[in-house]
Ligand binder design. Structure first.
Ligand code: ADE
Length: 250
């Protein structure tokens, strides 16, 4: 998969050299290019923003640097046979970024990210590229960041770990909170490792029972309890058949 990021803070993307994403790059599973938007400014101050038409607070990112940057990045990707691009625009007014969307993006060959600072990018830039490629305007949560770079890191990590061969153990996705399957829409419950007792705290007996059926049931009960406590909205989204009599007594 190819990833391009155009930003006024290239150094903000340094974490893409570390850990899972860094290793995926080193192995050639991810081909990452970070570009400085100011390379496509031609005035003395390398201006990327201006005041909003219609008035109001803050500044708006200008059309020209973004247009020139994206044209250059897209031309390079097309030349090198990167496949069909999709534009990922992080914005608090985007659609929620979910595991389902992470899976969809992980199936694409090439993602181009446009993290914005200030109040955002002149709308015409997004409308222009939307005529040529899929555009995903995504929000990573109901809060406002100072810019989209942190959202790029979040989306990249969620997508990269889904790429074939990136996670050591292919099973590791299986029980993820939000993964499809029997536990769909339930948050993962608690997990434990050795030693069996620590500061007087013992792990639940069932986990030492060797009884796979009982362990699975316990894990599901714990997942249900945790989901009810932290995300009751997710319980409401579950199909009724997910629950049995024992659940309803909980
Ligand atoms: N930029 C600023 N806030 C954001 C958010 N919540 N999600 C994605 N991009 C953003």
């Amino acid at each position: 998969m190819r990833l391009d990021v155009v930003t006024i803070f290239p150094e903000y993307l340094e974490p893409l050299n570390v850990s899972l994403v860094g290793k995926a790059r080193a192995r050639g599973q991810l081909n990452v290019h970070v570009h400085d938007l100011r390379s496509w400014t031609y005035d003395r101050h390398n201006t990327v923003d201006d005041t909003p038409y219609g008035g109001g607070p803050g500044m708006v990112m200008k059309t020209e640097p973004w247009g020139d940057a994206l044209d250059t990045v897209l031309a390079d990707g097309y030349e090198t046979g990167s496949g069909a691009p999709a534009l990922i625009v992080p914005t608090p007014s985007g659609r929620p970024f979910t595991q389902e969307l992470a899976v969809e993006l992980s199936e694409r060959p090439w993602l181009v990210f446009t993290p914005a600072r200030y109040e955002g990018i002149d709308r015409r830039v997004i409308d222009e590229y939307a005529t040529r490629m899929p555009v995903y305007e995504v929000s990573i949560g109901d809060y406002v960041l100072a810019g989209g770079e942190a959202a790029v890191l979040v989306v990249t990590e969620a997508v990269a770990r889904l790429l074939p061969g990136v996670l050591g153990n292919a099973e590791s996705h299986r029980d993820d909170s939000f993964a499809p399957g029997a536990m769909a829409n339930l948050l993962e419950g608690p997990i434990y490792t050795k030693p069996p007792a620590w500061r007087g705290r013992e792990i639940p007996d069932v986990l030492l029972s060797g009884h796979h059926g009982k362990i699975a049931r316990w894990r599901r009960d714990e997942a249900l309890k945790r989901t009810a406590a932290h995300r009751p909205d997710l319980i409401e989204r579950c199909e009724p058949k997910v629950f049995d009599k024992k659940d309803r007594e909980m």
